[in-house]
Design a protein around this ligand. Structure first.
Ligand SMILES: Cc1ncc(COP(=O)(O)O)c(C=O)c1O
Length: 390
C-alpha cells in the first residue's frame, strides 16, 4: 500500500516501490554463496557511489553505529581529538569520542553556520597532538553543508586523519572520498539510499587501517579487522540485515540507472525549489545560500508561529494536508521546521509539498499571496543548470 503521507523528513526517507519489492524476497543463508555474491555486489556498488578504492565495511546498525565504529577503531583513551561541530550531529560525534575517553577539542560554530577552513587551519597549527579530526559533512539539524573539500584539504595538509559523518550526504551530495582525502566516510541506509533504517556503510583508507592497528580503544561488535577479514570471505561477523541488503542492491541499481551526477543535480534542483518557495512565503532560511544543504532545508518560523504554535502548524500539515515535516532540534526546537528532500524525491513531490506548505501557513494566519510559492518553486525547477538558486 502506498503511504498516504508525503514523508518530507530528513530520514528515514520514502522507499521506492522497486526497492520494497526487492526486500520482499525469501530469506537466504547468510553463510552461503548467494549472500557472498550479494555482499560483493554491494561492496562494488558502494565503492562506486563513494567514488573510492578503499575498503567498504557494512554493519547492521544505524549511522551512529558507524560513527561509533570509527571512534572505537581509531581513537585511544586519553588521545586528543578535534571535533568540528556545527549542530546536533557534530555534537553527537564529539560526545561519542568523549564517551570513549578521548580528550576532545571542540571547534563549535553557532547553529546555522559552516566551519571555516582558515579557522580550522589556525586550530590545527596550534594543536600538534591532535591526530584525528571528526567532522559532519551535511548537518541535518541545521540544513548546512560544510565546505568539505576545502576543510579536507586543510586537514590533509596538516597530515591528520579525517573522519567524515556523511550520513545525510553520501549518495545524494558529491563526496569523492579518494579525491578529497577522506580517510573514513560514514553513511546509513535510511537517508539518500532509499532503504529502511538499519544498515551503516563506511569506507576505510589505508592510513586509517594503519592508525587502527595502533589504536587501543575497546572494540568488539565494531572491530574493523574482523569485519574486513570476514567480508573478504563473503560473510559478516554477526547476522546481517539480509532483507535491507536486498533493498540496498536494488537502490544502487536505480542510482546507477539515473547516474550519480544526475542524482546530485536532482538534489540541488529540488533544494533550490524549496528555498525559492520559502522565500516566496516570506520565510527566512537558517543557512546562508552558499552553505545551504542539498538534502535538508531549515526554515525559520516568524515569531508568531514559534513555540507551541510551531507544533500546531506541524500537526496541521500532517493531519490536514498529509505532509510530514521535521521540527527543529536543540536550541532551534519550535523555532524552525525542516524539509527533508533526499533519496526518492522528485519534481512532482515539490509541487505537492509546496501546495500543502502554503495552505497550512495560511490556515495559521500567515498572509501569503495564493500560488506565489508554487510559481517560485516551478521557476526554480525549470531554471537552467547554472541558474539553480542557492
Ligand atoms: C548528519 C547525521 N549524522 C548522524 C546521524 C545519526 O544517524 P542514525 O540516526 O542513523 O544513528 C544522522 C541521523 O539523522 C544524521 O543526519
Amino acid at each position: 500500500m502506498e503511504s498516504s503521507y508525503q514523508l518530507r523528513i530528513p530520514g528515514p526517507t520514502p522507499i521506492p516501490e522497486r526497492v520494497r519489492r526487492a526486500m520482499d524476497a525469501p530469506m537466504i543463508n547468510h553463510r552461503g554463496p548467494e549472500f557472498k555474491a550479494l555482499l560483493k555486489e554491494l561492496e562494488d556498488g558502494l565503492r562506486w557511489a563513494f567514488d573510492t578504492t578503499h575498503d567498504l565495511l557494512i554493519y547492521p546498525a544505524s549511522g551512529s553505529g558507524g560513527m561509533e565504529s570509527a571512534v572505537a577503531n581509531l581513537v585511544s583513551p586519553g588521545e586528543r581529538v578535534l571535533a568540528i561541530t556545527i549542530g546536533a550531529f557534530g555534537d553527537r560525534f564529539a560526545d561519542l569520542a568523549q564517551a570513549f575517553g578521548a580528550d576532545v577539542v571542540r571547534y563549535a560554530l553557532p547553529w546555522g553556520e559552516a566551519a571555516d577552513p582558515e579557522d580550522l587551519d589556525a586550530i590545527l597549527a596550534k594543536e600538534d597532538d591532535v591526530h584525528t579530526v571528526l567532522i559532519t559533512h551535511n548537518e541535518t539539524s541545521t540544513g548546512v553543508l560544510n565546505p568539505l573539500q576545502q576543510l579536507a584539504s586543510v586537514v590533509k595538509q596538516r597530515g591528520r586523519l579525517l573522519v567524515v559523518d556523511g550520513v545525510s550526504s553520501i549518495g545524494s551530495v558529491e563526496l569523492p572520498v579518494d579525491d578529497w582525502g577522506v580517510d573514513v566516510a560514514i553513511t546509513a541506509s535510511q537517508k539518500g539510499w532509499m532503504v529502511p533504517p538499519g544498515v551503516t556503510m563506511l569506507s576505510v583508507s589505508p592510513a586509517a587501517w594503519e592508525r587502527q592497528a595502533q589504536a587501543r580503544g575497546p572494540r568488539f561488535y565494531f572491530d574493523w579487522t574482523r569485519a574486513r577479514k570476514l567480508q573478504a570471505e563473503g560473510m559478516t561477523f554477526t547476522t546481517p540485515a539480509v532483507s535491507l541488503l536486498f533493498g540496498l542492491r536494488e537502490a544502487l541499481l536505480a542510482m546507477r540507472e539515473e547516474g550519480l551526477a544526475n542524482v546530485y543535480r536532482r538534489h540541488q534542483r529540488i533544494a533550490g525549489a524549496f528555498r525559492a518557495a520559502a522565500r516566496a512565503l516570506h520565510l527566512g532560511l537558517l543557512a546562508s545560500p552558499d552553505v545551504a544543504s542539498p538534502t535538508v532545508t531549515a526554515v525559520n518560523l516568524p515569531p508568531a508561529l514559534q513555540g507551541a504554535r510551531a507544533r500546531e502548524l506541524l500537526r496541521t500539515w500532517r493531519e490536514r494536508y498529509r505532509l510530514v515535516l521535521a521540527s527543529g532540534q536543540g536550541p532551534l526546537k519550535d523555532r524552525i521546521f525542516r524539509i527533508g528532500h533526499l533519496g526518492a524525491v522528485y519534481e512532482e513531490d515539490v509541487t505537492t509539498a509546496v501546495t500543502a506548505l502554503e495552505a497550512g501557513l495560511r490556515e495559521h494566519g500567515l498572509e501569503v499571496s495564493e500560488g506565489a510559492a508554487l510559481s517560485a518553486a516551478r521557476r526554480a525547477l525549470e531554471a537552467p543548470e547554472a541558474a539553480v538558486p542557492r
